[in-house]
Design a binder for this molecule. Structure first.
Ligand code: ARG
Ligand code: ZN
Length: 474
């Protein structure tokens, strides 16, 4: 180093400056490199969701649940990588009692405000360091009510429970970095009393008697997953297993009273996976299936990764919709909750395509029916699909509204009209392939669509994706 670059300061002045720097970073110990991680990722709709300063690589959740008293007892082990020097970092957790936190095996200080659990490791974490955080907790989880009034999180039934997390329900049952931009792999082990099945995403690695009439079900998700898509279900399910022709393992867990009503739609699973693989490219996961809860458990279904959760017996279109999300939403995940139409517009358009490919009305006729409000073609055609542009919902309470679904699908159909079938289906497959197991935003999509098809689609974006008011027939 050029010695002239060394600031010409007297030693006492340097010491004072270092002390000031340490104070400014809130750190008085020997390690000066850490500062607190942000308490939220500034999502446009859920600014406190997720946390800054680290990314989780893997979650190991070990949960013990007794449906008789509704008590959940858990240990969450997060393996994460620090993206900055950290003197403290946050996890999102709503309700429940935290009993202990350890970082790298050493007890850490922690405190809680609102849905933020702040962890202060005994030693600062260095940028780039991979570290293990262990949280022990217990309690009776309370549902998380989202801005549109729907309930998520840990939902109990008369004889069991199910966990669903879109958009921010997962903080109601495990501590984590609860934003879709931080995807990780998961091992979920559920220990339940005799007579119950316990189900989660991915594959069942083992099922072990652990004494006192309890069984531990160990589930593995090898592909990355956004935390809102993690599920856990406990109930007296009827389980059926199988395989699709191309070798994707099928696992269905169905509440006994919903078995008869679910059979026909669930029997379509293989056909849907094969059809989707043709239309959208290879199915992104090693497993597929369903969790059918008693009707009225939830007001909706959710595309929980590899095993969607249904509230009561689904019909074929609903199974199609939730399985389409495995490509669009689950493998290609939104960067923020503003990008929700990339999930729902695509899954809705998949419904239109499935009908078109199976002797139903064409997507073009359905598109025209929505424009005209003609309910003889689609019973939903007189809905409020034009209330706002799909890429700009007017608030967190509107991210699951009709324009996100239907007008989102209409955006895709408008692209198809502009570029023709060959380029359109190439675009769908290219999008799923190039962002497989990743995250993408609306801006990523519009740029990609123009690049991939070679068409200028600005009018489609301006009018259909971002424009206010009800678009007219093109
Ligand atoms: N993503 C789910 C689906 O496609 C719907 C979730 C609705 N959630 C809500 N909070 N409104 O089908
Ligand atoms: Zn959906």
């Amino acid at each position: 180093m050029d010695h002239r670059a060394v600031p010409r300061l007297a030693a006492p002045a340097v010491a004072v400056l270092l002390a000031l720097a340490a104070l400014a970073s809130g750190c008085t110990g020997a390690t000066v490199q850490g500062r607190p991680g942000a308490s939220g990722l500034r999502d446009p709709y859920f600014p406190r969701a997720g946390n800054g300063g680290y990314q989780v690589e893997h979650y190991a959740l070990d949960l013990d649940y007794d449906p008789a008293d509704g008590e959940l007892r858990g240990t969450a082990v997060l393996t994460a990588r620090a993206e900055q020097g950290l003197s403290s970092f946050n996890l999102d957790l709503s309700g429940l009692k935290v009993d202990a936190v350890r970082v790298e095996g050493v007890a850490a200080r922690y405190n809680r405000t609102g849905n933020e659990l702040t962890v202060r490791p005994a030693e600062d974490l260095k940028k780039g360091e991979v570290f293990r955080t262990e949280v022990e907790y217990h309690g009776r989880p309370k549902p998380v009510v989202d801005p549109d009034g729907s309930e998520e999180g840990w939902i109990t039934t008369d004889d069991g429970a199910v966990a669903v997390g879109e958009p921010v329900g997962s903080m109601g049952w495990f501590p984590g970095n609860h934003h879709p931009s931080d995807k990780a792999t998961y091992d979920v082990t559920l220990t339940v009393p005799e007579g119950y099945e316990a189900v989660s995403n991915g594959e069942l690695a083992s099922r072990t008697g652990v004494g006192e009439g309890r069984t531990a079900f160990a589930w593995r998700s090898r592909e990355p997953m956004a935390s809102y898509l993690v599920t856990a279900a406990v109930g007296p399910f009827k389980v059926t297993t199988g395989s699709t022709p191309s070798g994707v393992a099928v696992y269905n867990a169905v509440s006994p009273e919903e078995e008869a009503g679910s059979a026909a739609a669930l029997a379509k699973t293989s056909e849907i996976v094969e059809w989707g693989s043709g239309r959208f490219g290879p199915y992104p996961f090693g497993t597929v299936g369903a969790i059918v809860m008693p009707s009225e458990t939830l007001g909706y279904a959710l595309e929980t990764q590899t095993k969607p959760v249904y509230s009561g017996a689904p019909d074929e279109t609903l199974v199609l919709h939730e399985l389409a999300h495995q490509w669009f939403g689950n493998s290609v995940s939104p960067k923020s909750w503003k990008d929700m139409w990339l999930n729902e517009g695509f899954a809705t358009y998949a419904e239109w395509l499935w009908a078109e490919d199976h002797g139903g009305v064409s997507a073009q006729r359905r598109f025209e029916a929505f424009l005209a409000g003609d309910t003889s073609v689609d019973p939903g055609a007189d809905g409020d699909w034009a209330a706002f542009p799909p890429a700009d919902p007017p608030g967190a309470d509107h991210i699951s509204d009709e324009p996100v679904y239907v007008r989102g699908a209409m955006v895709l159909h408008r692209i198809r009209q502009e570029v023709g079938d060959e380029k359109f289906f190439d675009l769908l497959r290219g999008w799923a392939a190039d962002h497989r197991h990743g995250n993408a935003s609306t801006a990523d999509f519009t740029a990609y669509a123009q690049r991939r098809t070679g068409h200028d689609l600005k009018r489609v974006w301006d009018v259909w994706l971002y424009g206010e008011g009800r678009p007219k027939a093109p």
